[in-house]
Design a binder for this molecule. Structure first.
Ligand code: LMR
Length: 398
């Protein structure tokens, strides 16, 4: 009966996790999936999360269905984080916000909305991008193309090529952008470069869809939202998908949000209605536990401050690992330039290793990177960084 059903080889990122788990090498290091591990290689539970969970456990409250668009205070918290606590836009009631099942859920609901209401729009993603961006939009019936982004030679953005490509797009085409900590390259646009990109977006009447999954891991919670806030300032229509998986270390809770900035309050009501309809047809309402944890932390000044400190501690540890890896590699291979390790931002580094070198790292050393050469720097720690650097130097020297 199911003989005609195609085989699924698995997702390149999630399959690698399984391979890693099955590896018996005692020295193995997982630098594949984008997960932050602490200095002991453990997945942390943030202190602010522990406090919020304790409050939720005493007394344990009933679990009704949440509204289709999530808790109002959670939605407000997403908006404040993305657009700024005192941003005038927050008073204008023209942001349609929805709590979603992670940022993946936000992308899916957003893609379904685009397919339904902008059926002739294409979606353009950066070359390269997170593999699932393409899968999600194509899976929703949206045609996907790519815009020039990463320059392998200079380890920076091909800005001129990107701008001229964007200038060739049609009105209402969607451009998927990473406001900070570009996945997979770690190469971000500077504020000046963002200004140029957004000017083209405005002139060509394109729709920016900003996917922000690493807010706080680049520079700061505010600076990482520069492109989002600048788009608001320029009066662009704007889709934003956001995630609390990484910056609250709440991966499995699947908590995120989708916000669409509309020109008027009346349009925002209609847009939110259609988003709810999409949600109802797929999963009815968002999960409640993670949403409540976020809600407690974001709406309590003390817990919020504590959270900010914890996000920045994660950010700083990743940065320290970048410097450490760079210094060991430079000592071992002085003829090579490893500056890219410390100029890239966030969890990821595009290392430029060939697929063969990545394979050798895995089979000979148990060091797991994605085949594209993406390394999750947040998997490094003081105990494994020398080992990884030695392994990298070994495969790079031949
Ligand atoms: C990643 O890029 O590794 C993360 O965003 C996790 C995922 O779901 O792919």
């Amino acid at each position: 009966m199911f003989k005609h059903v195609d085989f699924y080889a698995g997702d390149p990122i999630l399959e690698l996790v399984n391979e890693f788990l099955n590896d018996t090498n005692p020295n193995k290091v997982n630098l594949g999936i984008g997960i932050y591990y602490d200095e002991n290689g453990q997945l942390p539970v943030l202190e602010c999360v522990k406090i919020a969970e304790k409050r939720m456990a005493d007394p344990i409250s009933p679990r009704p269905y949440l509204p289709m668009d999530g808790l109002p205070s959670y939605k407000k918290a997403c908006q404040q984080l993305l657009f700024g606590k005192d941003a005038p836009i927050l008073q204008e009631n023209r942001i349609a916000t929805l709590a979603t099942i992670g940022a993946s859920g936000a992308l899916k609901v957003g893609a379904e909305f685009i397919n339904a209401w902008f059926p002739t729009s294409k979606c353009y993603v950066s070359d390269p991008t997170w593999v699932n961006h393409i899968a999600i939009f194509e899976g929703s019936g949206v045609e996907v193309g790519s815009y020039p982004y990463y320059d392998k030679k200079t380890v920076s953005v091909k800005l001129d090529a990107m701008l001229s490509f964007l200038n060739s797009l049609n009105k209402n085409d969607v451009v998927l952008l990473h406001p900070c900590c570009h996945n997979p390259t770690g190469v971000d646009l500077t504020p000046e470069q963002w200004d140029k990109v957004l000017e083209v977006m405005k002139n060509r009447e394109l729709i920016p869809f900003m996917d922000i999954a690493y807010q706080g891991f680049g520079e700061s919670l505010d600076e990482d939202a520069y492109a989002i806030r600048k788009s608001v300032e320029l009066g662009l229509p704007l889709f934003v998908s956001n995630s609390f998986s990484k910056n609250l270390s709440l991966y499995g809770e699947r908590i995120g949000g989708l916000s669409i900035i509309c020109p008027t309050e009346e349009e925002a009501v209609r847009v939110l209605g259609q988003l709810k309809l999409i949600v109802r047809r797929i999963y009815s309402s968002p999960p409640s536990h993670g949403g409540h944890v976020v809600d407690i932390i974001m709406n309590d000044d003390t817990l919020y401050e504590q959270w900010v400190g914890e996000v920045y501690a994660m950010r700083d540890r990743i940065k320290a690992m970048r410097f450490k890896l760079k210094s060991v590699l430079e000592a071992k291979l002085p003829e090579r330039n490893f500056d890219y390790l410390t100029t890239q931002k966030g969890m990821f580094s595009f290392t430029g290793l060939s697929p063969e070198q990545v394979e050798r790292l895995k089979t000979e050393f148990g060091v797991y990177l994605l085949a594209t050469s993406r390394m999750c720097v947040a998997g490094l720690n003081i105990h494994n960084v020398d080992y990884v650097a030695n392994a990298m130097a070994e495969v790079l020297k031949d």
